[in-house]
Design a protein around this ligand. Structure first.
Ligand code: PMV
Length: 330
């Protein structure tokens, strides 16, 4: 293969984490990493990954350095392989990433991480992909990363094409069009015990609810799309909480059970319901980890922040607005 990529070619990018309001769980095709269901998310301004990709001569394999520690680069190499393929190149790369939040603990570090990687790797390779192409590329690293290419509200299409080219995200609404606040109640700093790919595989073969999950996803997506289009905050919140609990019902009925919650996770869920009983529109959602993300209107954010901070076991509460598209830093 001809070496069209210069050794030393480098680029940096930032991508923000995202939180699904209608969740992705289950894969269509493990190799293409296409999801079994579509999903809808919001991108978070306060949580992001910065990544530099540098193609180097003399490297035997790709290297991934995350917050200064070397990590397994297998998934990063899937993304880099596609970039190398489109340039007819063979050079390996050093990927240096930093997260400004806990890694692998249900705060979607894989979403921001692979979206930043897609932007930085294509930038270093001198490619000028469309946002859709970036979304497809990021998906090869992590399904949720396809959504982090876009700021504000994004929808991921599961797609059905054999080549995976119709499995990408697109923006539903820029964040500036509907400012919302997200409070992230951090209840543990460690990495989660079962990663989402392994968890999804186990759910598909063992949860009796999996077929119902697949069958009801299109309705949840249509309802959420309509609620966002109508700027109906209560409806968005109710649907997000319902879909989150449906996901966790799937996880709890997987064998062996996927219990991502800890005691503080449950306490925060109750605190959010108490807030609603007191007249504050706040809604929770939880991914494959113990953190709770609480959605509210910006005018209620300080009261929600104060309430969550007093829940036993909550280590820290981070506040975020909706974030921007992934972008180049250089
Ligand atoms: O993209 P992954 O493989 O990290 O899986 C994401 C799974 C959930 O966070 C639980 C749901 C979602 O849609 O983000």
């Amino acid at each position: 293969m001809s070496q069209t990529l210069e050794a030393g070619a480098t680029a940096r990018a930032r991508a923000h984490s995202n939180i699904a309001l209608v969740k992705y769980w289950g894969k269509n095709d493990a190799v293409l990493n296409t999801p079994a269901v579509g999903s809808i998310s919001i991108t978070l301004d306060a949580l992001y990954t910065d990544t530099r990709v540098t193609f180097r001569a003399g490297l035997a394999t790709d290297e991934l350095w995350l917050n200064g520690c070397r990590h397994d680069a297998t998934k990063a190499s899937r993304v880099l392989d596609l970039v190398r393929y489109s340039r007819g190149a063979t050079l390996c790369a050093i990927v240096e990433s930093t997260n400004n939040f806990p890694t692998g603990a249900g705060l979607a570090s894989s979403a921001s991480g692979f979206a930043a990687l897609a932007v930085a790797a294509t930038g270093a390779a001198g490619l000028t992909p469309t946002a859709r192409e970036l979304s497809i590329l990021a998906r090869h690293g992590s399904g949720s990363a396809a959504r982090s290419i876009f700021g504000g509200f994004a929808e991921m299409h599961a797609g059905s094409a054999a080549d995976g080219l119709d499995s990408y995200a697109e923006q539903l609404l820029p964040g500036a069009d509907w400012p919302l606040a997200i409070l992230v109640a951090i209840t543990a700093h460690g990495a989660k015990p079962i990663n989402s790919t392994v968890g999804m595989g186990a759910t598909a073969v063992s949860s009796p609810f999996y077929l119902a999950w697949l069958a009801t996803a299109p309705t949840d997506l249509a309802d959420m799309r309509a609620a966002i289009a109508a700027f109906d905050f209560v409806r968005v919140g109710e649907l997000a909480e319902y879909n989150c609990l449906k996901l966790h019902a799937l996880m709890l009925t997987t064998r062996p059970a996927l219990i991502y919650w800890n005691a503080a996770t449950v306490a925060v869920m109750h605190a959010v319901r108490d807030l609603r009983a007191s007249g504050i529109a706040a809604y929770f959602t939880i991914d494959a980890g113990p953190q709770v993300k609480v959605l509210c209107l910006p005018t209620d954010a300080s009261r929600v922040h104060a309430a969550l901070s007093t829940v036993g076991g909550v280590l820290e509460v981070r506040q975020s607005a909706l974030g921007p598209d992934a972008y180049r830093l250089d």
